[in-house]
Structure formats: C-alpha cells, structure tokens
Ligand binder design. Structure first.
Ligand code: HEC
Length: 267
C-alpha cells in the first residue's frame, strides 16, 4: 500500500513537473514574442515571397502576377482566407501550396519536380513555396476564414479530410483525433487544440504559417500535415495529394469565422 502511495505521489509529481515545464515553455515563448514586439522573423520570408511573386523567373521568364488564387488573376489580398477551393482550370480542389505549384509550373515553366524538391526549407536552402505562402497568407491577415463548400468536389474533399482525421492507423493505432481531440491536452510541452471544433480549429488554423523558433524556419499547413503524418508513423504524406488537400480543407472549414492572424510565432 505504502509503495502504491509512493508511486501515486511520484506520478503526481511528474505530472505537475510536466505542467510546470509546459508553463515555462509558454512563458519563454511569450518573452520571445515580447522581445520581438510586432516584429516576427517571418517578415524576411514575406519580403522574399513578395519579390518572388513579381520577379520574372524560370524557363518562360514570367512573374506570378497572372496567378489566380481564387479571387481573380493577381489578387492576393484575402485569397488565403478562402482557400482551399475548387479551381475550374485544373478541375480539382487546391490548397494554397498546390495552387502555387500550378501557377509556377504553368506560368514560369518550372517542372513540378523542381518546385517540390524544395517544398520545405532547411537552413541555407530556403523554400520558395514557403516564402510565397507567407506573403500570400499575410495578405489575408485580419480577414475571416470563409470556406462555403459550394462545389460538390469541395464537399467531398471535406468529407475525405474528416474521415482521415478520425481514421486510426499506423503502429500505434493513432488518429489525428487521438492527439488533437481535446482542448488543453499537452504533448511535448505543446498545448493542443481540439481541431474538430470551431474554437480549437480557429485557434490553430488562423496562426499558420508560423515562424518556428525551434527550427528557425517558417512552416505552412502543408509542412504541418506532413510532419504530423510522420509523428503518427504513417507513410509519407504526398504533397498536394487528395488526403493532404482534404485535411487542410477540413481544418479550414472547421476554423470558419476565425480571423486570420498568420504568420505567427510558435515553438
Ligand atoms: C502523436 C500525436 C499526433 C498525431 C497523431 C497528430 N499530431 Fe498534429 N501535432 C502534434 C504535436 C505534438 C503538435 C505540436 C507541434 C509539435 O511540437 O510538433 C501538432 C501540431 C498540429 C497542428 C498545428 C496546431 C497548432 O496549434 O499549431 C495541426 C494543424 C495538426 N497538428 C494537425 C494534425 C493532423 C491533421 C493529424 C492527422 C493526420 C495530426 N496532426 C496527427 C501531434 C500529433
């Protein structure tokens, strides 16, 4: 009995120790945010993205200002808050990153393989897709997320995203919902949000892309899903696949009405 009590005491101490460490992490992040004030290192990505949008590049020496992100060619303001969405010209639902791949390949003449080879930045090797994503997401800052799901393909993509979110698989039999199904759960000192609910989804989705202090990189929703597939020990998530786009559409729709505040700063 005594040993049991000692065990329980130890468990309680560990739990409160973890909670303290989590509070310390959040406090450190708050201090970091205070230190930067209104400045976010993501601004460097935003500026590079803006330059990439207007620079003539690639085999066709074209810029991206003819790219239609859903609100008409060249319209950047507010576009991210209404993505992912259906596009007539490709006949599929695209998220921001896949739409950028479409525009870069069609307008500038790069191959998809060339663009995807640098889809995620790493140290000196920065990703153009991440920079463009920050520039475009920032131009929706302050706009409410608006995903009306008018097209039947958007409704199907949402249903696929929802099914994927609750689908248990991998060696641990985890679903996204296992880790993201409660508000306030903590994993590796991160406060987790319930992404199937409006409140939790808004809190998370509106903050992405984010500058990650632990990586010194800006990360998009595309990277986030890729990395969570890895954490779930699933096969590699293919960029722009139906599951990837379905999951980002599912999260975006759940976050509808939330106000975009990206890029943010995260651990
Ligand atoms: C094993 C637990 C686990 C599973 C399973 C998991 N994630 Fe995550 N997820 C995390 C952790 C931990 C973070 C916080 C960032 C970090 O430290 O990596 C996170 C962060 C996120 C975020 C960003 C949340 C925010 O507030 O910044 C999103 C969105 C997300 N995950 C979506 C998903 C989706 C969709 C799936 C299913 C394909 C999934 N996750 C599966 C652990 C998990």
């Amino acid at each position: 009995m005594g040993r049991w009590l000692a065990c329980l005491g130890l468990a309680a101490a560990l739990v409160s120790g973890a909670a303290r460490a989590a509070d310390a992490t959040e406090q450190a992040l708050d201090e970091y945010r205070d230190m930067f004030g209104d400045e976010n290192p993501a601004e460097l990505w935003e500026l590079r993205g803006q330059a990439l949008w207007t620079e003539k590049r690639g085999p066709r020496q074209a810029d991206l200002t003819a790219c239609d992100l859903g609100l008409g060619p060249g319209v950047v303001a507010g576009a991210y808050a209404q993505l992912p969405r259906w596009f007539d010209d490709t006949g599929r639902v695209e998220d921001l990153e896949m739409r950028l791949v479409t525009c870069i390949t069609r307008l500038q003449g790069y191959s998809e393989a060339e663009v995807l080879a640098r889809r995620f930045g790493d140290g000196d090797k920065k990703s153009d897709l991440e920079a463009l994503s920050v520039y475009i997401a920032k131009a929706s800052s302050g706009q409410p997320v608006n995903i009306p799901l008018r097209h039947s393909a958007e409704q199907r993509a949402y249903a696929l995203g929802e099914a994927a979110f609750f689908y248990r698989a991998g060696p641990h039999d985890f679903a996204c919902a296992t880790c993201h199904g409660d508000n306030g759960k903590r994993i590796r000192l991160q406060a987790m949000n319930k992404l199937s609910d409006a409140e939790g989804a808004r809190r998370s989705y509106t903050q992405i892309p984010a500058y990650r202090t632990s990586q010194g990189e800006v990360r998009t929703i595309g990277w986030r899903l890729y990395d969570c597939f890895r954490q779930q020990r699933l096969p590699e998530l293919r960029f722009g696949s139906e599951v990837a786009v379905g999951l980002s559409l599912y999260l975006a729709r759940n976050a509808e009405g939330g106000v975009m505040a990206a890029p943010s700063i995260k651990r």
